[in-house]
Structures are given as structure tokens and as C-alpha cells.
Design a protein around this ligand. Structure first.
Ligand SMILES: Nc1ncnc2c1ncn2[C@@H]1O[C@H](COP(=O)(O)OP(=O)(O)OP(=O)(O)O)[C@@H](O)[C@H]1O
Ligand SMILES: [Mg+2]
Length: 232
């Protein structure tokens, strides 16, 4: 689905991403983990085609990242959830859906997907934090996206809501979507099929949670990460 080769990104003269080479297979949930400032958002912006890159190549579905043909195939939810507070849930989805020529799902189906059918007529401003996060996710499901790029979608949510959202991500992956999900909470790595661990703009490791556990001999993802840092 995505391949990056020797990607370098500089922002305001800061060298942020250093020679990143990575691959994301179709239909998987790829976790992008790393401490604050490690470059997760910058990498996501690059894959979404929103970031000027210094050098290297990024291809999505065999097209250069940022190609016009990819606009309908990639959905990107930024780190700060953006929904219209003065619209109801269903109005939010209808509005975003109206921007696309083709929608694979109806707004009602999308709200059903994120378990917000009962909140359809509620104003977004009165939603709880978890409901708001699910509405933000719902806005990425309009059109017919193949790749969902979700920047810290579970930040600030309690453990129960987090589990709910991860179930949803799994459901979307089962429907054939590819998800790139960032987090700095290492335990969330457990929910991913594959992982990229970033540190200081470099790939520290890539692999399945079980492969990384086997490589380090640690069971908790926090310890896996620390072990990989020490190894590096
Ligand atoms: N416009 C910019 N100009 C200069 N430096 C920037 C710019 N945007 C980001 N950076 C720097 O790039 C580095 C990576 O930022 P990025 O937002 O990609 O990190 P992140 O992993 O998403 O962090 P967080 O977990 O806090 O969201 C940080 O050190 C940040 O200060
Ligand atoms: Mg970020």
C-alpha cells in the first residue's frame, strides 16, 4: 500500500526525518509508535502528500504520494479532531460526503459503523470526548478511502473507549481498509498487525508485535521499546 525509500524531511531548517525506509502492506493496521517529537505527524503528512520532502521517494498504491489520483483513496484525520461543532453528527457526515463524487457508504451506514446512530441528530458540540473521537473517525470514512491515516485517534480517551475504537479499526481492516495509526502509548502496539517504531526521526525497528517481542525477549511493549533503544 505504501513504500518509503530513503525519505528525508526538513522543516524550517530542522532535519526531521532521516533516511526513512519502510513498507505498509494492504489490509493491515500499521501502528506508528514513538515518543513526542519523534516525527510521527511529519511522516503521516508526507504519506498523505501534504509535506514537502527533501529527498527520497514515497509511493502509495504505486503512485507518487500527493498525486491527484490518490486524493480520493486516502483519508487523513489530523491530531486535533476536526468536526463542525454547530452541526449534528449526521449533518457533519453529509457535509463531508458532499465533497465526494462517489461514496461507498451512506451517512447513516457510516454512523452505524462508528456506533453513533443514536446520536445522529445530536449537535457535535455536546458529544462526549469518545463520541467526538468516533465522529472524527467517521468523517474519514466518506468517499471510498483505501488508506486511513489516523494521527493519535485515541489520545485522551479512557481505556474502555480506547478498546472500542481499536475494535472499530479492526472491523475496518476486515473490510479491506489499510490503517496507519499513530500513538505514543506503547501498550496500544498490541492492537496492531505491524509496527514502526520511530525515534528522533529514524526507524528504530519495524515488525509484528510478536517478532519485536521475540527479538528483545521482553513481553511488555514499553520494555521492548526501551530494549530496542539500548540496542541501537
Ligand atoms: N514547522 C516546523 N518547523 C520546524 N520544526 C518542526 C515543524 N513541525 C514540526 N517540527 C519538529 O519536528 C519534530 C517532529 O514533529 P512531529 O510533529 O512530526 O512529531 P510527533 O512524533 O508527531 O510528536 P507528537 O507525539 O508530540 O505529536 C519535532 O521536533 C518538532 O518540533
Ligand atoms: Mg504528532
Amino acid at each position: 500500500m505504501v513504500s518509503c525509500v530513503n525519505l528525508n524531511v526538513t522543516r524550517d531548517k530542522n532535519h526531521i526525518l532521516h533516511d526513512l525506509t519502510l513498507e505498509i502492506q494492504r489490509g493491515v493496521i500499521m501502528g506508528l509508535l514513538g515518543p513526542s517529537g519523534s516525527g510521527k505527524t511529519t511522516l503521516m503528512r508526507s504519506i498523505a502528500g501534504l509535506q514537502v520532502i527533501e529527498s527520497g521517494q514515497i509511493r502509495v498504491l504505486d503512485l507518487v504520494a500527493g498525486s491527484k489520483a490518490l486524493r480520493h483513496k486516502i483519508a487523513y484525520s489530523t491530531q486535533s479532531a476536526s468536526v463542525y461543532s454547530d452541526l449534528t453528527c449526521i449533518e457533519n457526515i453529509r457535509y463531508f460526503a458532499s465533497l465526494y463524487d462517489h461514496n461507498e457508504k451512506t451517512p447513516e451506514q457510516i454512523l452505524e459503523d462508528v456506533d453513533l446512530s443514536n446520536n445522529a441528530k445530536q449537535m457535535a458540540e455536546s458529544l462526549s470526548g469518545g463520541e467526538r473521537a468516533r465522529l472524527a473517525l467517521a468523517t474519514t470514512l466518506v468517499g471510498a478511502p483505501e488508506l486511513l491515516i489516523l494521527d493519535e485517534p485515541t489520545v485522551g480517551l479512557d481505556p474502555v473507549l480506547r478498546v472500542q475504537l481499536w475494535r472499530l479499526f479492526n472491523k475496518l481492516a476486515e473490510q479491506g481498509k489499510t490503517l496507519l495509526v499513530s500513538s505514543h502509548v506503547m501498550e496500544e502496539a498490541e492492537n496492531c498487525h505491524d509496527l514502526i517504531l520511530l525515534r528522533n526521526g529514524r526507524v528504530l525497528a519495524q515488525g509484528t508485535p510478536s517478532a519485536l517481542r521475540a527479538r528483545t525477549g521482553k513481553s511488555r511493549m514499553d520494555d521492548v521499546f526501551i530494549n530496542l533503544i539500548e540496542e541501537a
